[in-house]
Design a protein around this ligand. Structure first.
Ligand code: TXA
Ligand code: MG
Length: 334
C-alpha cells in the first residue's frame, strides 16, 4: 500500500482535505492525524473491522484498549453508558483538550476498541484537524500512531518512518504542540485514578476531585526499571536516566562510559560542555522538554550510539508527565 501525506493548515484545515480523510475513515480505512498531544492513528470507532486494522498496522497487542476521540458531548454520550456529574465538570473545564476520561462503556462501542473491558476511554482533542475529522466522521478510535513500543510520534515524519506502506494516509500539520500523550483519569472508582500523567496535572485535577496516582514507580524499583511495564517508549539504544543531574555528575558518567569504548548521546535540559559524541538540548521547562522529548529520543536512536544518558527533571506539575515517559524509556535509573 502506498502511504500518502497531505499537508493541512494547522489552524484552518482545508475542508476538501478533511473530506478526503473522512471518506477513507467512513469506508473502514485507517488515517493518521495530528492532535495537540501526539499524532493518532484513527478508525471509525463503531466499525470493528476498521479498528482491527489499527492493531495490525501498529503491531499492537489486542489487549491494549484504544481512546475514543469525539468532537461533541453528544458523541461522547454515544460511547458511554452514562456520564457521571464529575465527568461533566471535568469536560466543561478541560474539553476540548488533553484529558482522557475512562467511564462505563455503552453497548455501541465494539469490544475490539476496549479490549473487552466494560469501560471506555474518551477524549475531545483541541487540535483543529482532529476536531474537524471527528466532526465529519463521528467517534474515532485512535492510539498514538507509532509502531508498538516506539516513542509516540510528534511529527508526520515519525508516523511515516513507523507505518509507511501499512496505512493509506497521513495528515501532516507539523509538530504537535504538547508532545506527550493526554492525561488519563479513570472515573470508574472512588477516588478516581490517574492512569497516565499528562499536560493536565494531578495538582489541577485535585482542585475538582480526589485523585489517586497509580502510575508512579515505587522507590524500591528505582535502580532497575525492568520488564515490559516500563519499557514503552524505548529507543533501541539503552537509556540511562539520571534523576538529579548536575553538569559534573553527567560529565563524569560520560567519561566513565567512554573509557569502556562507548559512544554516548546526551539528552540534556540545558547547555554545557561535554565530551559526549552527540548532544541534544530539549529545554529546561517541562513544556519545552515535553515538546521535543520523543523527537530527541528518535533522533538519538538513529545515531548508532551505545548509550543515551538522559537528564531527569523535577517530578512535579507537568514534569511528572515528562518523567513518566523518561522512566519508561530508561533501561537504568541513577
Ligand atoms: O494524547 C493521547 O491520548 C493520544 C492521542 C492520539 O489522542 N493517544 C494515545 O493513545 O496516547 P494510546 O493508545 O497510545 O494510549 C492510550 C492508553 C493506553 O495505555 C491504554 O491502555 C489506555 O489508554 N486505555 C484505553 N482505554 C482504557 C480503558 N478502558 N481503561 C483503562 N485504560 C485505557
Ligand atoms: Mg501509545
Amino acid at each position: 500500500m502506498k502511504t500518502k501525506i497531505l499537508k493541512l493548515n494547522q489552524k484552518k484545515p482545508q475542508a476538501n482535505l478533511i473530506r478526503k480523510a473522512a471518506e477513507l475513515l467512513k469506508k473502514g480505512q485507517v488515517v493518521a492525524f495530528p492532535t495537540e498531544t501526539v499524532y493518532g492513528l484513527g478508525a471509525d470507532a463503531f466499525n470493528p473491522s476498521a479498528v482491527k486494522k489499527i492493531f495490525s498496522a501498529k503491531g499492537r497487542p489486542a489487549d491494549d484498549p484504544l481512546i475514543v476521540h469525539v468532537a461533541s458531548i453528544a458523541d461522547a454520550e454515544k460511547a458511554v453508558k452514562e456520564i457521571p456529574a464529575v465527568a461533566r465538570r471535568l469536560m466543561k473545564k478541560y474539553w476540548p483538550g488533553p484529558l482522557t476520561l475512562v467511564m462505563s462503556k455503552s453497548k455501541k462501542v465494539p469490544a475490539v476498541v476496549t479490549a473487552g473491558l466494560k469501560t471506555v476511554a474518551v477524549r475531545m482533542p483541541s487540535h483543529p484537524v482532529a476536531l474537524a475529522l471527528c466532526k465529519a466522521v463521528g467517534p474515532i478510535a485512535a492510539p498514538s500512531a507509532n509502531s508498538f513500543g516506539k516513542p509516540s510520534p510528534t511529527k508526520a515524519a515519525h508516523v511515516f518512518a513507523d507505518l509507511k506502506g501499512k496505512i493509506p494516509l497521513i495528515l501532516d500539520s507539523g509538530s504537535t504542540h504538547i508532545g506527550v500523550e493526554s492525561t488519563i483519569v479513570s472515573l470508574t472508582t472512588k477516588p478516581a485514578k490517574l492512569l497516565r500523567p499528562g499536560k493536565i496535572t494531578v495538582e489541577e485535577l485535585r482542585r475538582i476531585l480526589p485523585v489517586e496516582i497509580v502510575t508512579s514507580v515505587k522507590k524500591s524499583e528505582r535502580p532497575l526499571a525492568p520488564g515490559m511495564k516500563y519499557r514503552h517508549y524505548s529507543p533501541k539504544t539503552p537509556v540511562l536516566l539520571v534523576l538529579k543531574p548536575t553538569a559534573e555528575k553527567i560529565e563524569k558518567l560520560v567519561e566513565k562510559e567512554q573509557k569502556k569504548g562507548k559512544q554516548i548521546g546526551l539528552l540534556c535540559l540545558g547547555r554545557y560542555h561535554t565530551s559526549a559524541e552527540r548532544v541534544i538540548i530539549i529545554g529546561k521547562t517541562p513544556e519545552a522538554a515535553a515538546k521535543r522529548l520523543f523527537d530527541a529520543l528518535r533522533w538519538l536512536d538513529l545515531q548508532k550510539l551505545d548509550l543515551i544518558i538522559a537528564e531527569g527533571l523535577p517530578e512535579k506539575g507537568f514534569g511528572m508527565a515528562v518523567m513518566n515517559r523518561l522512566r519508561r524509556a530508561a533501561s537504568r535509573i541513577l
